[in-house]
Design a protein around this ligand. Sequence first.
Ligand SMILES: Nc1nc2c(ncn2[C@@H]2O[C@H](COP(=O)(O)OP(=O)(O)OP(=O)(O)O)[C@@H](O)[C@H]2O)c(=O)[nH]1
Length: 368
Amino acid sequence: MSAVRPLPLPPPDDDEARRQAALDAYAIVDTVPELAYDDIVRLAATLCDVPAAAISLIDHERQWFKAQYGFDRCQTPREEAICDRTIRHPGQMLVIEDLRAQSEFAPPSLRIGEQSLRFYAGMPLLSPDGHALGAICVLDSKPRALSAAQREGLEVLARQTQHLFELRRYALEQRRLLSEREAFAQRLEDARADLQRRNDQLEHNATHDALTGLLNRAALAQLRDNPAAMRQLQHAPYTLMLLDIDHFKQVNDRHGHLLGDRALRAVADAVAASIRQHDIAVRYGGEEFLVLLPDTRLATAAQVAERIRQRIAHVALPFALTVSIGLAASEPTRDWSERVFDRADQALYRAKSAGRNRVVVDDTPLHE
Ligand SMILES: Nc1nc2c(ncn2[C@@H]2O[C@H](COP(=O)(O)OP(=O)(O)OP(=O)(O)O)[C@@H](O)[C@H]2O)c(=O)[nH]1
């Protein structure tokens, strides 16, 4: 087509907004040069035997060149972009054989070498839903015409360019989906971790005494009901310690429950600070504590108990705080929950009867 169509009206605002949105979806404007597009414009120039060619995208008030060959500008104002005329008739090539003969076109500022532009042929570049994003164009500083084969070739290159655009959009979409999937997986993992934390917290609360942080009676019952843990405990001689705060009722009565609670925490801290990591300390009753010392004979356990007693005697409180402790050793053939506990309890009773603030070791003969 050598005749120029009458100057089309500017597109209605809504259409232009949709067209611009279609272009934006490719996120291609202002990207770095890419060889695939550079190759296409070189090929277009060679095919049409012209010194210059470009892939122009009409972006708001400018035309921006994704690729250019034969000139070195990366954009021009939209009002002088002939490609802006080309996109007004999507699907049709616009050919202007001699710009000087077309008074309706202001002379473009774009120059080919030192010469002003005389020849233009552009094929619109369309999105799949028909929005014209820009054009692939060939340019010359001399008037000329395109052969049918050259026109056809330019159309093919326009299709190839559109294909590249679609690949780009597909890659962007995949990246978006991937990051959405990663974000979703992260949210899922966060939720799982949060659930795990809450679960751990619940489990901790169910098995620990809130005041002292030591294990509670429920945890002791769980231990008793766990054959594997019991086997582990019983594979070597162990010692059971029962500890009771002396005259704790008086502490409460004279100094109030708040100080009583402080005393309980101080006792728990002294116990925790005196035992090994795998020893098991339990707040067994109000002011009673139970400590299981695996793999520990009575004599060693007595030293630990004495350390605890002394530590507690030195706790800084507005009143004297002492404890009585009873100890008993395990019997290899018996369940600690029966006999060992009774023996430790009797030892504790003897510690109380003998004046409190002392450690008493069970001395009843085994296997009586
Ligand atoms: N502040 C406080 N007091 C508690 C708690 N649990 C139990 N007690 C108190 O501990 C006291 C235990 O008193 P008793 O069993 O008579 O024993 P005791 O006064 O220590 O006397 P002995 O054991 O014979 O030396 C009671 O007054 C309970 O109210 C608690 O969580 N906080």
